[in-house]
Design a protein around this ligand. Structure first.
Ligand code: ATR
Length: 277
């Protein structure tokens, strides 16, 4: 139940109806019996820069930011964390007396999901193969580099985009051909799909896993469906697999902790709640 002292947060998007964030935060608010609310906020791009300070005036604690506002959000913050700056995008806003603070929690969400789903994986295990070169790939690569993965092999349909990303990010990134599976997977400890291939309504990922070591962890950040063709192929040959739903759930944790003062956890019950909703 809400009182006049309720802590408020929400998600800014355009459109916003598809966002799972209200279900995730709503679940945690109820689980912890918190006097608070988390609401979907449909804000058109041209209203975004005015809407954020208005939310702060209304004593919201902060908000998540989703498509198409993540890049614009970076510009309107008083301060941003290192990840947001390197990714060029903010997904979490925290308001306090000093102003509007922007964070990007995609990378930590990706790593926390991987660690929870594949507890035996360690960054030092060996090269990671990343498929895709969009915004999601960027967050994943930065997280893996920061965690100390010794080599990142990047594969993307448009090779030029992969090369530009590798150049921009620096670090131990090598670009492999989109059909160069045997080379890229040889000796790899981790394979991550960040492309939209395999998502409901999209073509399947044309992966050839023959060269992938049996101990390598396979993670698909696609979560609709939960079990993509990539994950079922990897599972069939005995590789440990991690689905993408947990990244969505884990990336929400830092915001919830900052706004509502409780560290939430990602449980099977939360996964079932979000999948069922
Ligand atoms: P996001 O920000 O979510 O990562 P994005 O920037 O649109 O989204 O990137 C989508 C990724 O999926 C890209 O790596 C894209 O490859 P291209 O750079 O070649 O476009 C990849 N992708 C999407 N559809 C694809 C397809 N049919 N075949 C191969 N790759 C595809």
């Amino acid at each position: 139940m809400l009182t006049g002292k309720a802590a408020l947060a929400g998600v800014l998007g355009w459109p916003v109806a598809h966002s799972k964030s209200p279900q995730v935060h709503g679940y945690w608010l109820e689980e912890h019996g918190i006097d608070g609310a988390y609401v979907p906020l449909a804000v058109a791009p041209e209203r975004f820069a005015a809407a954020v300070p208005a939310l702060r005036d209304l004593h919201f604690r902060g908000a998540n930011v989703t498509v198409p506002h993540k890049e614009r959000a970076l510009e309107i913050c008083d301060s941003v964390d290192d990840h947001a700056r390197r990714l060029g995008a903010v997904n979490t806003l925290i308001f306090d007396a000093a102003g509007i603070h922007g964070r990007n929690t995609d990378g930590v969400g990706f790593l926390d999901n991987l660690r929870q789903g594949a507890p035996r994986w360690s960054p030092a295990d060996g090269p990671a193969v990343v498929l895709g070169a969009g915004g999601a790939a960027r967050a994943v690569i930065v997280a893996l580099m920061d965690a100390g993965v010794p080599e990142i092999r990047l594969m993307n349909r448009t090779r030029e985009r992969a090369e530009t990303l590798a150049e921009t990010l620096g670090g131990p990134i090598t670009v492999h051909a989109w059909d160069g599976w045997a080379d890229a997977l040889d000796g790899a400890a981790l394979l991550v799909n960040t492309t939209s291939l395999g998502m409901t309504g999209e073509p399947p990922l044309p992966a050839e896993l023959d060269a992938l070591p049996p101990s390598a962890v396979v993670n698909d950040i696609v979560y609709r469906p939960l079990e993509t063709q990539l994950l079922s192929d990897a599972r069939a040959r005995g590789n440990p697999v991690v689905d993408g739903l947990g990244m969505l759930l884990h990336q929400a944790r830092p915001g919830f902790a900052a706004w509502f003062g409780v560290e939430p956890t990602v449980t099977e019950a939360l996964r079932a709640h979000v999948l069922g909703g």
